[in-house]
Design a protein around this ligand. Structure first.
Ligand code: NAI
Length: 256
C-alpha cells in the first residue's frame, strides 16, 4: 500500500483519519507529541492488521520533525501522501488580557510553520516522482473572524494560503494539495474548549448550545465526518481536484 504520513494521529480527527486510511489499505507513519495516546491509536491499527509505525515528535521542532521523516523513509520507503492534521487551539481575547504573542507563537508553530517544514521535506521528492497528494486540516475560523480566536484563525489562514501557493507550484508536477476546513467537531480539542467557560463567554456569548443552532445540519461533526473528507482528497478518487478548500461544517460557514 501507499505510505501516508498523518500528523496529530494520537486523538481526534487525526486518529480518525489514520483509522480510515488504514482501512483503505494504506501503510501509515503517525506523528504526534502525545506518545501515550499515539500508542493507543497504533494498537488499534495493528489490531486491524494495518501496517503502521508511530513516532513521538514535537512538530514545533523542525529539526526533530525532519529527522523523524528521514527515519520513516529509511525504514519504509518514500512518503507518498501527507495528511497534516495536528493543530493547537489557544483562545483568549486581547481586551481580556490574553498572552497574545504566546498564543500567536503556539498556534503558528504547529498550525502553519510545521506544515512548511514538512512540505519542504516531502514535496520535492513527490514532484520528482510526479505522484503524491497533501491534505491540510484547516478550520472554518480561517475565513470567519471570531473574538478570542485571533491567533488561531490567523494561523489557519496562513496555512491555507501557504498550501494554495504550494498547490500552484506542484500542480504541473502531478502533485495535488487540498484543504479540509472543519467546523465544530467532537474531539478532545473541542471538549476542552467547550469546558473552558472564559473562552466560551468570549467566543460564543457563553452558550455552547446556542452555537449549534447556527449549524444548519443541527449537530457538530464527528471526527469521522472530517476524516472521510481528508481520505477522499488524498486518494486517486480526487485525482482532478487541487487547490480546493472542502468545508465539513454542517453548512455553518456561509459565503460572504
Ligand atoms: P485534538 O487536540 O483533539 O488533536 C490534535 C492532535 O494534534 C493531538 O493529538 C495533539 O497531541 C497533536 N499535536 C498538537 N500539537 C502538536 C505538536 N506540537 N507536535 C505533535 N503533535 C501535536 O484536535 P482535533 O479537534 O482533532 O483537531 C485536529 C485538527 O482539526 C486541528 O488542526 C484543529 O485545529 C482542526 N479543527 C478542529 C475543530 C474542532 O472543532 N475540533 C474545528 C476546526 C478545525
Amino acid at each position: 500500500g501507499r505510505l501516508i504520513l498523518v500528523t496529530g494521529a494520537a486523538q481526534g480527527i487525526g486518529a480518525a483519519t489514520a483509522l480510515r486510511l488504514g482501512a483503505s489499505g494504506a501503510r501509515l507513519a503517525l506523528f504526534d507529541r502525545d506518545g501515550d495516546a499515539l500508542s493507543h491509536t497504533l494498537a488499534q491499527l495493528q489490531a486491524a492488521g494495518v501496517r503502521a509505525q508511530a513516532w513521538t515528535v514535537d512538530l514545533a521542532d523542525a529539526a526533530a520533525t525532519r529527522a523523524a521523516i528521514a527515519e520513516v523513509e529509511q525504514d519504509g520507503g518514500a512518503i507518498e501522501h501527507l495528511a497534516h492534521v495536528a493543530g493547537v487551539l489557544r483562545t483568549g481575547a486581547l481586551l481580556d488580557g490574553a498572552d497574545a504573542l504566546a498564543d500567536w507563537d503556539a498556534c503558528m508553530a504547529v498550525n502553519a510553520r510545521a506544515l512548511v517544514g514538512i512540505a519542504q521535506a516531502l514535496a520535492p521528492a513527490m514532484a520528482r516522482r510526479r505522484r503524491g497528494s497533501i491534505v491540510v486540516v484547516g478550520s472554518n475560523a480561517a475565513s470567519a473572524p471570531r473574538i478570542g480566536m485571533a491567533a488561531y484563525a490567523a494561523s489557519k489562514a496562513a496555512a491555507s494560503q501557504y498550501l494554495r501557493c504550494l498547490a500552484l507550484e506542484l500542480a504541473p508536477h502531478g502533485v495535488r494539495c487540498n484543504l479540509v476546513s472543519p467546523g465544530s467537531t467532537d474531539t478532545p480539542m473541542q471538549r476542552a474548549f467547550a469546558a473552558d467557560e472564559a473562552a466560551r463567554n468570549a467566543i460564543l456569548g457563553g452558550d455552547a448550545a446556542r452555537f449549534r443552532l447556527g449549524i444548519p445540519l443541527g449537530r457538530i461533526a464527528a471526527a469521522e465526518d472530517v476524516a472521510e473528507a481528508v481520505c477522499f482528497l488524498l486518494s486517486e478518487r480526487a485525482r482532478h481536484i487541487t487547490l480546493h478548500d472542502l468545508r465539513v461544517d454542517g453548512g455553518a460557514t456561509l459565503d460572504a
